[in-house]
Design a protein around this ligand. Structure first.
Ligand code: NAP
Ligand code: GCO
Length: 264
């Protein structure tokens, strides 16, 4: 059983993984034996990430790269193949959100979210698939969202992107499954990271943010998730244990999608 989940000898690229969910997923893949490669937008963040991995006893390789820049991504993937090895596991994690009511959102802002959250997973996947085909195996994990299934006020661009990412996941599985490439998604529930910090900020009187209380009432587990809650699911989808799982989104949400919410 242990062998089925082992990632010994595998190279994993996790995008935007200096901290937050990406960092936790990368650490779990490293603990299962994988060699970790990650990127971030600026050298300063890459350096912080490298120090954080080192503190965990993980030797990681960090690159500066904007995942929306196709030429930059292609150059980074070529450099990784030369310096570290062919990428066996790709986790499309880098993402942004803009919480703006739709009628107040500019088309440029909408496009920016789509660019990072949907176009970039296309660009990075496209860059790694040819070598996976040559190798006869590959794993792609797209970090989806509750918003791959649900809408809410102010997140039109994010929901459109994450809904699209779910379908990109199914399409990569459909198009490249015959080459022994599995593409699946992880749909995290509400996870405590810098991205969701504004939704958990304490009120002036020290009470919980109303959105914080709302999420607790919507989650059967009655808590926010931690990035570490995604570790086991990520290892499963990166390993041979999931070789016949393809085009699936594994929601890791403490039960949100199953629940109508606590009656006030
Ligand atoms: P986060 O704390 O904001 O971290 C996102 C990471 O992506 C940062 O390292 C950021 O880099 C990087 N990034 C953003 N744009 C990039 C670009 N163009 N090129 C390269 N890197 C870029 O977010 P998180 O909460 O850990 O979320 C990680 C993923 O999970 C995202 O896709 C998010 O949508 C998804 N997700 C989050 C939650 C949640 O509750 N937190 C739930 C479901 C899904 P910088 O440091 O340079 O900004
Ligand atoms: C929001 C949140 C979410 C989460 C996550 C849920 O404003 O509703 O930021 O969208 O980050 O993606 O799964």
């Amino acid at each position: 059983m242990k062998n089925q989940f082992s990632l010994e000898g595998k190279v994993a690229l996790i995008t935007g993984a200096s901290y937050g969910i990406g960092f936790a997923i990368a650490s779990s893949l490293a603990n299962a034996g994988a060699t970790i490669v990650f990127n971030d937008l600026k050298q300063e963040f890459v350096d912080k990430g490298l120090a954080a991995y080192k503190a965990e006893g993980i030797k990681a390789h960090g690159y500066v790269c904007d995942v929306t820049d196709e030429a930059g991504v292609n150059a980074m993937v070529a450099q990784i193949e030369k310096e570290v090895g062919v990428i066996d596991i790709l986790v499309n994690n880098a993402g942004i959100i803009k919480r703006i009511p739709m009628v107040e959102m500019s088309a440029a802002e909408f496009r920016q979210v789509i660019d990072v959250d949907l176009n970039a997973p296309f660009i990075v996947s496209k860059a790694v698939i040819p070598s996976m085909i040559k190798k006869g195996a590959g794993k792609i994990i797209n970090i989806c969202s509750m918003m791959s299934e649900l809408g809410r006020e102010t997140v039109s661009a994010y929901a459109a992107a994450k809904g699209g990412l779910k379908m990109l996941t199914r399409n990569i599985a459909s198009e490249y499954g015959e080459f022994n490439i599995q593409c699946n998604g992880i749909g995290p529930g509400y996870i405590a990271t810098p991205q969701t910090a504004p939704l958990r900020e304490k009120q002036a009187d020290g009470s919980r943010h109303p959105f914080d209380s709302f999420i607790i009432a919507k989650t059967p587990a009655a808590r926010w998730g931690n990035p570490e809650d995604l570790a086991g699911p990520a290892v499963f989808l990166a390993s041979n244990a999931s070789d016949f799982v393809n085009g699936h989104v594994l929601y890791v949400d403490g039960g949100i999608l199953a629940y109508i919410g606590k009656q006030p």
